[in-house]
Design a protein around this ligand. Structure first.
Ligand code: NAG
Ligand code: NAG
Ligand code: NAG
Ligand code: NAG
Ligand code: NAG
Ligand code: NAG
Ligand code: NAG
Length: 193
C-alpha cells in the first residue's frame, strides 16, 4: 500500500506538537514582565499594539528566559457560563488565554508588537498576558495588562467582520510564529488544497 508522504509528515509532526503535561502553575511563576496594550474600546479598531519588558526592580533573574509568548485572554466577565474558557492555575488546563498573538525571542526591553486582530476573533472582553518561556518550553514568568483580579485595563474586541473568507484567519497565526510549531498546520492546508 502506498502512503502519501504528506500523511507521514503530518502524522509525525502531529505527535511532535502534542503538548505533554508539564504541570506549571501560574501562581508559581514570577510576575516579572511589565505588559501594556494600546487601550482599545469599541468598534473600528483593528489592531492592538503590545509592549513588554522585564521589571528590573525585582530580585528576579531573567537568565533562564529564552522566548516569550503573547496571548489574548478572556476577562472574567466573558468567561461566565463558559466551561470551555475556564481559568485553572495549572496551565495545562487553563483556558483563559486561547488566542496566540505572537512569540519572539526574549529581549529584556523595548519590545513592541502591533497585532492585526484576526477577523474571526470572538467578540468579548479581553486582556493580554505575556509568558516568558524557558529552554524546556515551560513557562517561567509572566506579565499581564490587568491586575491580579483582572478588573483593570480590560478591553473589548467587537467581532470585526464576519464576511471574511474562511482560511485567511490562519495566516496571521502562521506568519506571527517562528520555528516549526505550525508546520503541521501548513501541511494540513496543503493537503486540503
Ligand atoms: C492601527 O489602527 C489605527 C487606528 O485605527 C490605524 O491608524 C493604524 O494605521 C493601524 N495600524 C496598523 C499597522 O494597521
Ligand atoms: C523601578 O524603580 C525606579 C526607582 O525607584 C523607578 O523610577 C521606576 O519607575 C521603577 N520601575 C518600575 C517598572 O517599577
Ligand atoms: C523566580 O525568581 C526567583 C529569584 O530569582 C528564582 O529563584 C525562582 O526560581 C523563579 N521562579 C521561577 C518559576 O522561575
Ligand atoms: C535556571 O535554570 C537552571 C537549570 O534548570 C537552574 O539551575 C537555575 O536555578 C535557574 N535559574 C533561575 C534564576 O531560575
Ligand atoms: C498557541 O501557542 C502554543 C504554544 O506555542 C501552542 O501550543 C498552541 O497550539 C497555539 N495555539 C494555537 C491556536 O495556535
Ligand atoms: C528601541 O527600538 C527602536 C526601534 O527599533 C530603536 O530606535 C531604539 O533605539 C530602541 N531603544 C532601546 C533602548 O533599545
Ligand atoms: C482581589 O480581590 C480580593 C477579594 O475581592 C481582594 O481581597 C484583593 O485585595 C484583590 N486584589 C487586588 C490585587 O486587587
Amino acid at each position: 500500500m502506498e502512503v502519501h508522504p504528506f500523511i507521514i509528515v503530518l502524522v509525525i509532526s502531529c505527535f511532535a506538537t502534542v503538548s505533554y503535561a508539564h504541570n506549571v502553575h501560574l501562581s508559581s511563576l514570577n510576575q516579572s514582565l511589565i505588559v501594556s496594550a494600546s487601550a482599545t474600546t469599541g468598534q473600528g479598531v483593528d489592531n492592538i499594539t503590545i509592549t513588554w519588558s522585564f521589571n528590573p526592580n525585582l530580585t528576579v533573574s531573567d537568565s533562564n528566559y529564552t522566548t516569550v509568548e503573547a496571548k489574548l485572554c478572556y476577562a472574567p466577565v466573558s468567561q461566565t457560563g463558559r466551561n470551555d474558557l475556564k481559568t485553572d492555575d495549572n496551565l495545562d488546563f487553563d483556558k483563559t488565554c486561547p488566542i496566540n498573538i505572537t512569540d519572539a525571542p526574549y529581549k529584556r526591553s523595548n519590545n513592541t508588537f502591533t497585532w492585526i486582530i484576526p477577523k474571526d476573533t470572538p467578540s468579548a472582553t479581553y486582556f493580554v498576558r505575556v509568558y516568558a518561556i524557558k529552554a524546556n518550553n515551560h513557562e517561567t514568568a509572566y506579565g499581564q495588562t490587568t491586575d491580579a483580579n483582572k478588573t483593570t485595563n480590560l478591553f473589548q474586541i467587537d467581532g470585526v467582520a464576519t464576511i471574511e473568507q474562511k482560511g485567511s484567519a490562519a495566516w496571521p497565526l502562521i506568519s506571527n510564529s517562528f520555528g516549526y510549531r505550525y508546520a503541521w498546520l501548513v501541511m494540513l492546508i496543503l493537503m486540503i488544497l
